[in-house]
Design a protein around this ligand. Structure first.
Ligand code: SAM
Length: 220
């Protein structure tokens, strides 16, 4: 069966009797040990919250054209960044990460992929990368910090185009380890500034205590 394109640049492949998520890559070298099948890279939902979200049917409102620009906060070594880079093959991914150790691996990935701009910076201080980053179609954030909602709001205010989309992977245990995850989510989500919440969903069974949130920036 040919791969089914479920969103632009995102596919479901039939392999080993299962339907698996994948992106199509010009780079034929695996990034994190993932399996490659005829130019498609399998996308593991246990390794990537974005893959978990898409597999759970959370693609609504998430159409990323090939030439889109994405600001990715919390890039780590580039696992999910690499799949976003496949999806926006003619666009750009600004990949912000503050760990020098993770950045070393990310830079190695960028040597093979021209559409990723690695930025060693603290995402809580978005003014620090204003000379590098243009207005973007999507802000994607996966940062386990107490003030993760504030970080998402600050970056969206500064870099997201009006009408653009924020995907926030909220880890409730990083905000308050003692409170019930639902209660943390409900109080934190009210702090999103300048954005209208479209929907949210948990990432079970792939990731515990995580919520994926999609919000849209108000048109000015
Ligand atoms: C859960 S990992 C990200 C995994 C990655 N998004 C993926 O799916 O491949 C979170 C990353 O955020 C980074 N991080 C945490 N706080 C940050 C901050 N304030 N600025 C930039 N990066 C930060 C951490 O160093 C870590 O690499």
């Amino acid at each position: 069966m040919p791969p089914e394109e479920v969103l632009p640049g995102v596919y479901l492949l039939e392999t080993d009797g299962q339907r698996k998520l994948a992106t199509k890559s010009r780079d034929l070298e695996p990034v994190y040990g993932e399996r490659m099948i005829n130019g498609y890279r399998l996308w593991d939902p246990t390794r990537s919250k974005l893959a978990a979200l898409l597999l759970k049917g959370g693609g609504k409102g998430l159409h990323l054209p090939r030439d889109a620009k994405v600001l990715y906060l919390g890039a780590a070594t580039g696992t999910t960044v690499s799949h976003v880079s496949d999806i926006v093959a003619d666009g750009l991914v600004y990949a912000v990460e503050f760990s020098p150790r993770a950045m070393r691996d990310l830079i190695r990935l960028c040597e093979r992929r021209e559409n990723i701009v690695p930025i060693l910076a603290d995402a809580a201080r978005p003014e620090g990368y204003c000379v590098l980053v243009e207005p973007v179609d999507m802000v994607y954030q996966d940062i386990a910090q107490r003030n993760q909602v504030e970080i998402a709001s600050l970056n969206s205010e500064r870099y997201l185009k009006p009408g653009g989309v924020l995907i926030l992977m909220m880890k409730t245990r990083s905000i308050d380890v003692t409170a019930a995850p639902d209660a943390v989510y409900n109080s934190e989500i009210k702090k999103l500034a300048g954005l209208s919440l479209s929907w949210s969903m948990d990432l079970l069974p792939y990731h515990m205590d995580h919520w994926a949130v999609l919000a849209r920036k108000f048109d000015s």
